[in-house]
Design a protein around this ligand. Structure first.
Ligand code: 26V
Length: 803
């Protein structure tokens, strides 16, 4: 049906009529989107079946990527691209008077994640499939993804997201593969010969029903699976349970991504979600393995289970439970198989983000799992004792259970054969600091896997103009092997190429300018520098440093009539976690600054501030191609990797950044002359934390520029904000001694930004920098990352499947 434009048109019209019982004339864009979506899914299905069949018969090793987040964004466009049917659909629809892009835009983003960690999982699925590697995702089918953000009076307002409202064409419900997940109750022990056996009794069971989404690789024959679990009540509620309560409590498990966990009730729900994901996935994986192999003795030879951060770490005790209680294995055998099967990625060193569960919550909810964790802890501590006898402090610091808490990262390390960080510097910090004791104990388990992004979505699909230019210049080899983007280096000084490259960027800036005007009513100058910071809002990412710098620029323009700068448009996009008060204040500050700066006749030609609401994957795809400057200004040592930094680079934006996370490798790849690096290094920051010696008030008192902008937070400078509005921010900088070194890095940041402005005015030099960034971005493809995971951690091979 996709073999020619004519065949496509006929099939499309017929499908639309049979699906909706109406004629093409009466159909809406949404009807048309669903029609095309169904056609594509049908097209995929034979390969999907063939892949599953082949996996079954070959019985090769498979990897399962367990993640509480998958930030897929929209799927139509990338599926069309990966299947190689984009052109035929576009042409056929054009004949029918339909713009394919409009249909693509009627698809809701699958926003089942907060940020980098979830998007990384989505990029990894794309790479696994594109490399024909047998790897599948396991997640939760949240009814509501990350909230929709509206800005009202400058404040963030959160609305429940509704991606499933109009159905989801990509998913297939597989009721036949539903499993039960058990909570609460108690554990009964029975003697059986010389073996003590355990039974989880009086539990409350709910049903996990899988919804499968096909994952299509680029020009690949194989189709992998993303399995999302939906929580549903069993037909008969457990004993004595009110039917309606039971239904409500059950459905809550897959209702929201990250429910508010500031209270115990939210905490319980969160832990329930984690066990729900893990238990359903493992039961399913184990069942399939049994069918193929008859026993679980060789599980670790056929299955790799990867846990994305600690959220799915209960996979370790859950697998132990299955091997001990169901398979009746000895502890030693079960433990060996478990450790050899599981691997773990750490995504943050921030202590407030490392999960620790109070026993009082954990034990009653998951009594058998808790028992197993206790036993793991006891045996682990005994091993520590053998090695570090009488070193009580060390053992206490490394224990899995201590002070009434279960430390999930410690469990992950003890129960995995591989532990990796996500950028070189992050892995070093884990080894030398945060996880030093564990690294000393298990030196061979630790390794680095620098993150990557799928160049198919983030260049080929989202920036067809640049992709086209690259293909015209060096051919299309880079699509399969992005390292070949390097061939562009030969053209970086070529004026004709530079000119075309410049025009592509201008074109994308104009598109973004249109979107900005639509959303904010503000017209921006596309000859200005598009200076962009888009990412979750967090103090360590230092959106505040960017804001203070803009305030400073504004002050200078006001004070000094002779001060000239290249016009700049500062663009922000960020969601603040609903309970994160400080982050929400920063959003208000950004919006007040925009209000102030954009309307001042003295500055508005040279300075614009734009806050784009509801930052999400589909909006990101419009932003990266239009950026000139990429803001990666986290306090050094805090950003594990960053992946937005890579998306900017691949689209030719030049990085202004600290030596943090993957910025370090971006600078190494692009060359120091093609990035603007400033500020404290990670070592300096960590030394300050260790030895003290930083006084933010010194910077406040000794730098007039700093004093001025900090005072402006509280002195009525913002006409629409009360005097107290930004007090918290002021206090964080002055009273609480500026934990993230904003004031310390202010002057170096101002200096480097001045350099950026000057550099931009030398168009040729700027284009060379920009082109060099694209040319050296190939390293950051997630294909490279996934190949490393496949070779060095999972031990999986491509599927041999032919058309
Ligand atoms: C989450 C939270 C939740 C609210 C309280 C503070 C806080 C701090 C950090 C986090 C991050 C959790 C893990 C995470 O998303 N890490 C991100 O993973 C990306 C993919 O590896 C990586 O590029 C980012 O640098 C890292 O922040």
């Amino acid at each position: 049906m996709f073999t020619s434009v004519e065949r496509f048109k006929a099939a499309f019209l017929e499908k639309l009529e049979t699906m909706y019982g109406k004629s093409f004339r009466d159909s809406t864009a949404r009807d048309q989107y669903h029609t095309l979506g169904h056609m594509v899914r049908e097209h995929i299905s034979s390969r999907w079946i063939a892949t599953n069949e082949k996996n079954r018969t070959d019985n090769n090793k498979q990897v399962y990527y367990l993640s509480i987040e998958f930030l897929l964004g929209r799927l139509l466009g990338s599926n069309l691209l990966n299947l190689g049917i984009h052109e035929v659909c576009e042409a056929g629809l054009r004949d029918l008077g339909i713009d394919l892009q409009d249909l693509e835009e009627s698809e809701a983003d699958a926003g089942l994640g907060n940020g980098g960690l979830g998007r990384l999982a989505a990029c990894f699925l794309d790479s696994l499939a594109s490399l024909s590697l047998p790897g599948h995702g396991c997640g939760i089918r949240y009814k509501h993804g990350l909230f929709d953000q509206k800005i009202v009076d400058g404040y963030q307002v959160e609305l429940p997201e509704q991606w499933l409202r109009h159905g989801n064409v990509w998913e297939v419900r597989r009721h036949d593969q539903a499993v039960e997940v058990h909570f609460w109750g108690s554990v009964e022990s029975l003697r059986s010969g010389d073996r003590l056996e355990f039974r989880h009794i009086n539990s409350e069971a709910i049903m996990a029903v899988p919804y499968d989404i096909p994952v299509v690789g680029y020009e690949a024959v194989a189709v992998n699976t993303l399995r999302l679990w939906n929580a549903e009540p069993l037909p008969f509620p457990p004993n004595q349970k009110n039917v309606l309560d039971y239904k409500r409590e059950t459905e809550a498990v897959s209702e929201f991504l990250y429910p508010d966990d500031t209270h115990d009730e939210g905490k319980i729900l969160r832990l329930k979600q984690q066990y729900f994901l893990v238990s359903a996935s493992l039961q399913n994986i184990v069942k399939q393995h049994r069918e193929r192999n008859g026993s679980l003795r060789n599980l670790h030879e056929k299955i790799a289970i990867h846990i994305n951060d600690t959220h799915p770490v209960l996979a370790i005790p859950e697998l132990m439970r299955i091997l001990l209680d169901e398979e009746k294995m000895s502890w030693e055998d079960a433990w060996h198989i478990t450790v050899q099967t599981i691997s773990y990625t750490n995504h943050t060193t921030l202590s407030e983000a490392l999960e620790k569960w109070p026993i009082r919550i954990f034990q009653p909810l998951l009594p058998r799992i808790y028992m197993i964790v206790e036993e793991i802890n006891e045996r682990f501590c005994r091993e520590l004792w053998d090695r570090y006898t009488y070193d009580w402090k060390r053992i206490e610091d490394m224990a899995i259970i201590a002070h009434g808490l279960v430390k999930m990262a410690h469990l992950a390390i003890a129960g995995s054969h591989s532990i990796n960080g996500v950028a070189h510097i992050h892995t070093e910090i884990l080894k030398q600091r945060e996880m030093r004791l564990f690294y000393e104990f298990y030196p061979d388990r630790f390794n680095n896997k620098t993150n990557g992004i799928t160049h198919r979505r983030w260049l080929l699909k989202s920036n067809p103009e640049l992709s086209g230019l690259i293909a015209d210049t060096i051919g299309t080899g880079w699509i399969h092997d992005p390292a070949k983007l390097q061939d562009l280096l030969a053209y970086k000084g070529d004026p004709a190429f530079q000119e075309r490259f410049f025009r592509v960027k201008q074109f994308r800036k104009e598109l973004l300018a249109k979107r900005i005007e639509e959303q904010t009513g503000i017209r921006v100058d596309t000859n200005s520098i598009f200076d962009v910071q888009v990412k979750r809002l967090h103090a360590y990412k230092r959106q505040l440093l960017n804001v203070l710098h803009i305030m400073h620029l504004y002050n200078r323009l006001k004070e000094d009539g002779g001060y000239t700068i290249h016009p700049r448009t500062f663009i922000f996009g960020a969601k603040a976690s609903p309970g994160y008060y400080y982050a929400k204040k920063i959003i208000k500050l950004m919006n007040e600054l925009a209000e102030k700066v954009n309307h001042d006749p003295q500055t508005r030609d040279r300075l614009k501030v734009i806050f784009l609401e509801n930052y999400r994957v589909s909006l990101a795809e419009e932003i990266f191609p239009a950026a000139d400057v990429s803001e990666q200004i986290s306090t050094a040592s805090k950003e594990a990797s960053g992946t937005g930094n890579m998306k900017f680079m691949m689209n030719g934006a030049v990085t202004v950044g600290t030596l943090d996370g993957a910025n370090v490798e971006i600078r190494d790849e692009a060359g120091a002359e093609n990035a603007f690096i400033f500020g404290l290094t990670a070592e300096e920051v960590l030394r300050y934390y260790q030895n003290g010696g930083y006084r933010s008030s010194d910077y406040y008192h000794h730098d007039k520029r700093i004093k001025k902008v900090v005072d402006q937070l509280v002195n009525g400078f913002f006409p629409n904000a009360d005097a107290e509005e930004f007090e918290t921010i002021y206090d964080s900088l002055i009273i609480q001694n500026d934990e993230y070194f904003v004031l310390r890095d202010f002057a170096p940041y101002v200096d480097i930004q001045e350099e950026v402005g000057r550099a931009y005015q030398n168009r040729q030099r700027w284009l060379e920098m920009s082109i060099a960034n694209v040319a050296k971005s190939g390293y950051f493809t997630s294909d490279r990352t996934i190949q490393q995971y496949a070779n060095e951690i999972w031990g999986i091979q491509p599927i041999q499947l032919y058309r």
